[in-house]
Design a protein around this ligand. Structure first.
Ligand code: HEM
Length: 511
């Protein structure tokens, strides 16, 4: 009797097991069929031959590793392919590398490629669900609301903050490092974080130590998120959540978000109280410096959480970016003393040696601007940006199918002989008006381009020029790097130097 029951049980188990296998096979075949357009496009366009395509994993093993390897291999794949797109599989996702200005123009100006790729979803915990990663429908509304908060009049008022923090940088921080070789990135990022905290949230940081802690945590969170993007097994939440990285990320993000939340609710309270008084007294609000957060509270079309996310995006998008550009510029000034002299002479001509920089001085620093642009050509901090195709589109006679991802290989274009003869030669004159006019406008994309370009482009450029001019007027800069080629690179979400940013400062004697 007992063995009959056992046999019946086994029969039931077998049937159940077979049914599950059957359902999985049906699901898999359906899933394959829904992706037929991707397989066909991959075949037609052609896949990279840098690594053999493996079942399930595709070409993902080629990108497993540290940030330097990821950067090197992406550059290799994109520069090896000729002028046509080349595809690769990251597990089940199909990507194409694009590497000509014509392809960039087609993609960046198309409404079919405004969506950020799914790989960027890992940036949301740190960067917030703001402009950078929002879905297109919400992004359009937010971008329109936010644009006026960065108009020229507001930016001009921010220059006082840039100048004040740059002065603190040279007087209180860099003055203690004179004569020694040190990594300048941390000091510059702290300055940049102070600037964005003051201009985005209106919060003056009395305590540089807490900003330093914030800097260290944000740097670590960047590393974690980039590791997650390219290590396919960490894409699955259930695996990532089992790792120590997940706890570390949660701790950092909670710390950062709570900091923004507390400032936000304080400001909102202040705003509600002030609103009553303003209605009574009609105070001239132009006399006050309105910051990004004030603007978002005032337009009052976004929810509390939406505003907190946008502030988070600005804090991240507006600090490490500018700071890294400044760090690369200082390194390049150190490598090329003859150009540094020209930068210095121009600063002295325009501003002199004593007085503070003013907003009207910054556009007059034309040679400095060329120098910064040439630095961003060789070191674009967004070397490979990733978009998602939301409708089939044709590029260079190839159909790039819906749901594929596009790597826009800006770094590869910036270092391509065809657009920049002798590309590794550092030459600020490439950015004289005559030379710019000779090039395709999409051959230079440090801030990306099209409707979803960097919204902080002007802010970033003025900030970078102000910090660099303040440092270069006071100090002569040297570095241990001898050439551009010495600067080994990695992509840690944004482009970084593997060997940090070592510089040595000598106080200039006023001549
Ligand atoms: C020199 C410094 C900077 C550089 C080189 C830079 C570069 C970039 C790049 C390459 C993108 C990606 C665009 C794309 O995916 O197509 C971007 C987006 C963005 N940047 Fe910047 N950025 C800088 C400074 C700033 C600053 C100072 C802010 C804020 C004040 C900022 C805020 C943003 C935001 C919010 C986005 C997302 C825009 C959108 O999707 O609508 N950036 N930036």
């Amino acid at each position: 009797m007992y063995s009959i029951l056992l046999l019946a049980d086994l029969g039931l188990m077998n049937t159940l097991f077979m049914s599950i296998i059957f359902l999985v096979i049906i699901w898999y075949l359906k899933w394959r069929r829904s992706r037929q357009h991707l397989y066909e496009a991959a075949k037609k366009v052609g896949l990279t031959d840098c690594q053999k395509e493996l079942p399930i994993l595709g070409h993902s093993l080629y990108y497993v590793g540290d940030a330097e390897r990821i950067m090197r291999n992406l550059h290799y794949v994109s520069s090896k392919s000729s002028a046509t797109p080349v595809g690769f599989w990251l597990a089940h996702r199909l990507f194409f590398c694009l590497n000509t200005p014509e392809q960039m123009e087609a993609v960046l100006s198309s409404p079919k490629c405004l969506e950020k790729d799914d790989l960027y979803r890992f940036s949301k915990p740190l960067g917030g669900n703001g402009l950078f990663s929002l879905d297109v429908k919400t992004w359009k509304v937010h971008r329109k609301l936010i644009m006026p908060s960065l108009n020229q009049r507001i930016l001009d008022k921010f220059v006082d903050v840039f100048v004040e923090r740059s002065n603190v940088l040279i007087n209180d921080v860099l003055s203690k490092k004179v004569g020694e070789l040190f990594d300048v990135e941390e000091s510059i990022t702290v300055t940049s974080l102070e600037i964005i905290t003051q201009t985005a949230m209106g919060m003056k940081c009395a305590d540089s130590e807490s900003i330093r802690v914030l800097f260290e945590r944000i740097t670590r969170a960047f590393e974690i998120l980039y590791m997650r993007m390219f290590n396919v097994h960490l894409h699955f939440d259930f695996i990532f959540n089992l790792t120590k990285l997940s706890n570390e990320q949660k701790y950092i993000v909670d710390f950062f978000k709570n900091f923004i939340r507390s400032v936000y609710y304080e400001k909102k309270e202040e705003f509600l109280q002030k609103k009553e008084k303003v209605e009574e007294a009609q105070i001239d609000e132009c006399k006050q410096r309105k910051v990004f957060l004030d603007h978002l509270i005032e337009v009052s079309q976004l929810t509390d959480e939406e505003i907190i996310n946008e502030v988070q995006t600005f804090m991240i998008g507006g600090s490490d970016t500018s700071a890294t550009v400044v760090s690369f510029v200082l390194i390049c000034l150190g490598i090329f003393p003859e150009y540094q002299q020209k930068v210095y002479d121009e600063i002295v001509d325009v501003v002199g040696l004593e007085r503070n920089f003013e907003c009207t001085d910054i556009p007059k620093l034309k040679y400095l601007e060329k120098f910064v642009k040439e630095t961003m050509r060789l070191f674009p901090i967004g070397p490979f940006i990733i978009r998602k195709v939301t409708e089939d589109m044709e590029v260079d006679g190839h159909v790039l199918p819906k749901d594929s991802g596009l790597f826009l290989c800006i770094f590869t274009i910036h270092r391509n002989e065809k657009y920049y003869p002798n590309p590794m030669k550092f030459d600020p004159e490439r950015f004289s008006p005559e030379e710019i006019a000779k090039r395709h406008p999409y051959a230079y994309l440090p801030f990306s381009a099209g409707p979803r370009n960097c919204i902080g482009m002007k802010f970033g450029m003025i900030e970078v020029k102000t910090i660099v001019a303040t440092v270069a007027r006071r100090y002569f800069i040297e570095t241990s790097f001898k050439s551009v080629e010495d600067v080994r690179l990695k992509q840690s979400f944004i482009l970084k130097s593997c060997l940090s940013f070592p510089i040595k400062l000598t106080e200039r004697v006023a001549s």
